[in-house]
Ligand binder design. Structure first.
Ligand SMILES: *Cc1c(COP(=O)(O)O)cnc(C)c1O
Length: 356
C-alpha cells in the first residue's frame, strides 16, 4: 500500500461553483481562470467547467492542450505573448491574447497572420504591473483597430485592491471615461469584484478562486453564505501514536511541551506535500469526525496532532487537512498565507483522486 496521503478533486463541486458564479453574473460572460495548473487542481481536471464561455490561462502549451481536447470556444492568454513567433500559434489555435507593451503592437504590425486575432488591450489601473498608461488607451486602440491582424479589441483592467471601495470607484469611473462613445467590450472583474463590486462586471468577468471554492479575501466567512463547495480535499491517515507525559516535547526544536499527559497522532503529511510549514500549533485538523488541532512544528513528511478529545482515534484513522470541514482558507489564514497559495503548492508527490 502506498503512503496514505491523497488529494481528492471533486469535479462536481467545480461545476456547481461555476453555476453559482453564473447566477451572480447573469449579464456577463465568464472566463474560467485555470492558470497555474488550474490553481493546483490539474489542467486535465477542468472539463466539468465546459459550460463556461472561455478559459483563461498563461501558457500557450496549455492552451494547445485544451484545443487538442476539442475545446473550440475562446481561450485568453492573461500575460499575452512572450515572443513574436508565439503569434503564429495564437493565429493557428484561435487564441485571444492580452497586449500590454509597445513591442507587442509592433510584432502584430509586422507578422503575416492567416486570420485576424482578438486582443485584450490591458490598461494599467494603478497596480503598476502590466498595462499601458490610461492616457495612451485611445491612441493605441485606434492603432490596433487599423491593423489587418486585429479582429476585436477589448479593454482589460485588473483590480489590485478589490477590498477597497475607493479603488473600485476609481476603476469604474476610469472605465466609463475610456469607453464612452466607443463600442468597446470590457473585462475588469476578478472573483473579488464579482462578489463585492458587480458594477464593474461589464461584458466578461475573469473568475478563478471562487470556482475552486475558496475566498478571494482569504477569509472563509466572507463567502460562507454563497454555498460554494471546496473542490480540493487533502487527506491522510494517522501512522503513529505517542503518549506524552507533562513536560514532554514534540518535533523539531522541541518547541511544543505537553502541559499534561496527552495522546498525539502522527499524520503522514508534511510541507513536502504542500502543507504550510508555518501552520502553528492550534491549526484545525479533522480526525475521523472530530475537529482537533496541530501541535508542534510541521516537518517535511509529518505533522503531529492532539488526540485528547479523540479517544477512538488510532493508527489508520482518517485525517482531513483541508476540504469540506476544515476550509483551506482557515489553514491558510493562521499560516500567514491565502488559499490560492496552498492550492498551487500541492506537491507532485501527492497522488490525486478524481470524483466525477
Ligand atoms: C488570476 C487572474 C484572475 C483571477 O483572479 P481570482 O482572484 O482568482 O478570481 C483574473 N484576472 C487576471 C488578470 C488574473 O491574472
Amino acid at each position: 500500500m502506498s503512503r496514505p496521503i491523497i488529494a481528492t478533486i471533486n469535479q462536481k463541486s467545480l461545476k456547481h461553483n461555476l453555476s453559482i458564479v453564473r447566477s451572480l453574473v447573469p449579464k456577463s460572460k465568464i472566463w474560467s481562470v485555470i492558470k497555474a495548473n488550474a490553481y493546483g487542481h490539474g489542467i486535465n481536471n477542468i472539463w466539468s467547467l465546459s459550460d463556461t464561455d472561455g478559459f483563461a490561462l498563461l501558457s500557450i502549451e496549455e492552451a494547445i492542450i485544451l484545443r487538442e481536447h476539442g475545446w473550440d470556444k475562446p481561450i485568453l492568454l492573461l500575460e499575452g505573448f512572450f515572443h513574436l513567433k508565439d503569434l503564429y500559434l495564437i493565429d493557428r489555435y484561435h487564441l485571444t491574447t492580452v497586449i500590454h507593451s509597445q513591442w507587442q503592437i509592433k510584432a502584430l504590425e509586422n507578422v503575416l497572420l492567416l486570420n485576424p486575432i482578438n486582443i485584450y488591450l490591458k490598461v494599467n489601473s494603478g497596480m503598476n504591473r502590466l498595462g499601458f498608461n490610461q492616457k495612451l488607451f485611445h491612441t493605441i486602440r485606434k492603432k490596433l483597430i487599423s491593423l489587418n491582424n486585429v479582429h476585436e479589441t477589448t479593454l482589460m483592467m485588473h483590480c489590485g485592491d478589490a477590498d477597497n471601495q475607493n479603488t473600485i470607484i476609481q476603476s469604474f469611473r476610469l472605465t466609463q471615461r475610456l469607453i464612452t462613445g466607443l463600442n468597446c467590450p470590457c473585462s475588469i472583474s476578478n472573483s473579488a469584484c464579482v462578489l463585492w463590486h458587480p458594477e464593474v462586471n461589464h461584458d466578461w468577468v475573469r473568475v478563478g478562486i471562487l470556482l475552486y471554492g475558496a475566498s478571494p479575501s482569504g477569509n472563509w466567512l466572507d463567502i460562507a453564505n454563497i454555498n460554494l463547495k471546496p473542490v480540493m480535499t487533502l487527506s491522510s491517515k494517522i501512522i503513529g501514536i505517542q503518549h506524552l507525559k507533562k513536560g514532554d516535547s514534540i518535533g523539531y526544536g522541541y518547541n511544543y511541551q505537553a502541559k499534561k499527559s496527552q495522546r498525539i497522532g502522527v499524520v503522514a503529511c508534511g510541507y513536502a506535500d504542500g502543507y504550510p510549514r508555518h501552520a502553528p500549533t492550534g491549526t484545525p485538523v479533522l480526525v475521523d469526525d472530530k475537529i482537533t488541532q496541530l501541535v508542534g512544528v510541521v516537518s517535511m513528511d509529518m505533522i503531529t496532532v492532539d488526540l485528547t478529545d479523540c479517544p477512538k482515534a488510532t493508527i489508520g484513522s482518517n485525517v482531513e487537512l483541508w476540504g469540506n470541514t476544515i476550509k483551506i482558507d482557515q489553514v491558510a489564514q493562521v499560516s500567514g498565507t491565502i488559499g490560492y497559495e496552498l492550492m498551487c503548492s500541492l506537491a507532485s508527490r501527492v497522488p490525486v483522486n478524481i470524483i466525477c
